[in-house]
Design a protein around this ligand. Structure first.
Ligand code: NCD
Ligand code: ZN
Length: 352
């Protein structure tokens, strides 16, 4: 007898779907299939595309493509860029939230000057969240902005002890900051780079075992969400002379986190808070009626061949996990059955 558990439709607030301009890595059809296969029914897509989501025309075209192609529900982030900062009010109606990149990563989006940061905090609508890629001391910049403008800041993929401890201090003082961590920063560390090479390269880079221990210790209080930072690149790109950072994550996140539940590293209730309740509350996402995920609790091995993501590989290939998604129901329709994605392109909703 295998146990079956039922979860609400899970939410990933940090996905790279690569539309427009990176469709050879992922597109709306394949990326949303990967999400559903992983038990995720609602995702927020990042703006570091080519061109990036910093102009209203680009946002409008991307939303139109999403309406045609998505198989689960998708919202878009707008991106902050110094050259196009006057566009923010015109971008806002198309976007669920704003993303500011304070540190180097894949793509050209970056904010390094105070006038641009002030403009973001003064002109982006207060009811829409500001999310930041901030590492090390940049986290202190984000906390300072949250305090100065008295508005929420969400920190993406926090990966180091010094960062999570600083956020814990800020929360203790009542500052409006929240954060997410990724499964790869919880289940891999620097030592895995010997085995995986560039397949274990992402931004932020993998932490030390001490960083990983700090993230687990703070999973019960300081961390608000698990987010995948699903950042697919082709195997050829990862094995090239100039490999881009990033790894896929939509299809492995739930199985890994449920494995941690079986090892008593977190409770099932906490998993639901981190992967459904908190993401929905922070980003004010709409409810999905008649939606749930059925999971079989039985030993399975993660395999590249089973991935729906266009990139076709995962840094967790070969890893034993304790769960597999059996069925996903979205608005009353069976959209996944035994590893098969049944949802048609265009059946997902676009969140505005
Ligand atoms: C992301 C990508 O490939 O778009 N890469 C990554 O390593 N995380 C960019 C990002 O999220 O910083
Ligand atoms: Zn990312």
């Amino acid at each position: 007898m295998t146990d079956t558990i039922t979860l609400p439709g899970l939410i990933d607030v940090h996905t790279h779907l690569r539309v427009p301009g990176g469709e050879h890595k992922e597109d709306f059809v394949t990326g949303t299939a990967a999400a559903l296969a992983g038990g995720i029914t609602q995702i927020l897509a990042m703006p570091n595309t080519s061109p990036p989501l910093t102009l209203p025309e680009v946002m409008a075209d991307t939303l139109a493509a999403a309406r045609r192609d998505v198989r689960c529900d998708v919202g878009l982030f707008a991106g902050a860029s110094p050259e196009q900062i006057d566009q923010l009010p015109a971008l806002a109606p198309y976007a669920v939230a704003l993303k500011i990149y304070l540190n180097d990563t894949f793509g050209k989006l970056r904010v390094e000057d105070v006038p641009t940061l002030r403009a973001c905090f003064q002109t982006w609508p207060r009811e829409k969240l500001i999310a930041m890629h901030a590492e090390k001391q940049s986290v202190a910049v984000g906390i300072g902005l949250a305090a100065t403008y008295e508005r929420p800041v969400h920190f993406c993929h926090i990966s180091r002890r010094e960062e999570i401890e600083l956020i814990a201090d800020a929360k203790m003082r009542g500052l409006p900051v929240t954060c997410e961590v990724t499964p790869h920063h919880l289940f891999l560390d620097v030592r895995d780079r010997e085995r995986l090479g560039m397949l274990a390269d992402m931004r932020p880079v993998l932490g030390t075992p001490d960083d990983v221990a700090a993230l687990w210790a703070h999973l019960h209080d300081t961390v608000d969400c698990i987010a995948t930072d699903h950042a697919p690149h082709t195997l050829a790109e990862k094995q090239s002379d100039n490999p881009p950072p990033g790894v896929a994550g939509l299809e492995t996140s739930l199985a890994l986190m449920l494995t941690a539940v079986t090892e008593n590293r977190l409770t099932l209730n906490r998993l639901i808070e981190l992967m459904h309740t908190n993401p929905r509350r922070l980003y004010h996402l709409p409810a999905q009626p008649d939606t749930h995920v059925e999971v079989e609790m039985r030993p399975t091995t993660i395999r590249n061949e089973a991935m729906h993501s266009k990139c076709g590989w995962t840094p967790f290939h070969g890893r034993a996990v304790a769960a597999r998604v059996k069925r996903v129901v979205l608005r009353g329709q069976v959209v996944v059955e035994d590893g098969m994605v049944l949802a048609q392109p265009g059946s997902g909703m676009v969140i505005e």
